[in-house]
Write a protein that binds this ligand. Structure first.
Ligand code: MG
Length: 255
């Protein structure tokens, strides 16, 4: 069942989204050549503490495994769920997807950006740009009366038109008091298929594209998911509210 948020819950989701966006901005501004993902994780922990919010990923359980990062730090060919590491030091020309999800006053905000370190290859910049545009297209399709398939199809079109790999085994998701709620939101699909979107639903929309096939493999740490062919990956995410008119991006940075 897909929860419909009350007006009061929507206000709390707005607040969770605004704080999540501010935290992501501050952490992404801290990304630089020479820093390790462990240092970034510690920085994110401190920023979250200052805002009085709790990471939704630290202590997150999947079976017997427990995630140990305050954020997810996925570098180059890593797509999602990269664990922080002192040995993983960012270098000029790298990219990192910073995925931060947090509990704010009982509700969760979730957002991701792929950030370039120094000068990156043109094809990698194109990958980042197209994945971001796919996110915006997916959000634009997130309207009451449409279906989840409208979002999926809008994202897929960007990937296909630009001959990028679409990561099919990972999905966006409903979000609310829990980080993951119904529905699942694939990054490929057919407009008109899947659950109908209604005003008051809150969704985390998150395209993941690669320069290769889009197929994935999981590292022996049990968490880090990377491309099977070593191609680089980009990932963008916003938490979005379905309304009676235009979709509202809850994790849009308020300047
Ligand atoms: Mg998410």
């Amino acid at each position: 069942m897909i929860p419909i948020k009350s007006l009061e819950e929507i206000e709390k989701m707005r607040y969770a989204g605004a704080v999540s966006a501010a935290v992501l901005e501050e952490v992404c501004n801290h990304v630089t050549a020479g820093i390790s993902t462990a240092e970034l994780d510690n920085f994110a922990k401190n920023v979250m503490e200052r805002y009085g919010v709790r990471s939704a990923t630290f202590g997150f359980r999947s079976g017997k495994r427990v995630f140990s990062g305050y954020g997810c730090w996925s570098v180059n060919d890593e797509i999602v769920h990269g664990l922080p590491s002192e040995r993983k030091i960012l270098q000029d020309g790298d990219i990192i997807s910073v995925d931060l999800s947090m509990h704010v006053d009982g509700f969760v905000g979730d957002n991701t950006r792929t950030v370039a370190i120094g000068a990156i290859k043109l094809e990698v910049q194109h990958l980042i740009d197209v994945t971001y545009k796919a996110l915006l297209a997916g959000i634009d399709a997130a309207r009451a009366g449409n279906t989840v398939g409208h979002i999926s199809a809008a994202i897929q079109r960007y990937g296909d038109e630009n001959k990028l790999g679409i990561v099919r085994e990972l999905v966006g998701h409903g979000i609310g008091c829990e980080m993951h709620e119904d529905p699942q939101i694939p990054n490929y699909g057919v407009a008109g298929q899947g659950p109908v979107l209604k005003s008051g639903m809150t969704l985390a929309i998150e395209p993941m594209f690669t320069l290769g096939s889009g197929k994935i493999s999981t590292d022996s740490d049990g968490w880090t998911i990377r491309t099977i062919d070593g191609s680089w990956a980009a990932h963008w995410e916003h938490t979005v509210l379905i309304t009676d008119s235009l979709p509202e991006i809850l994790t849009l940075l308020k300047k």
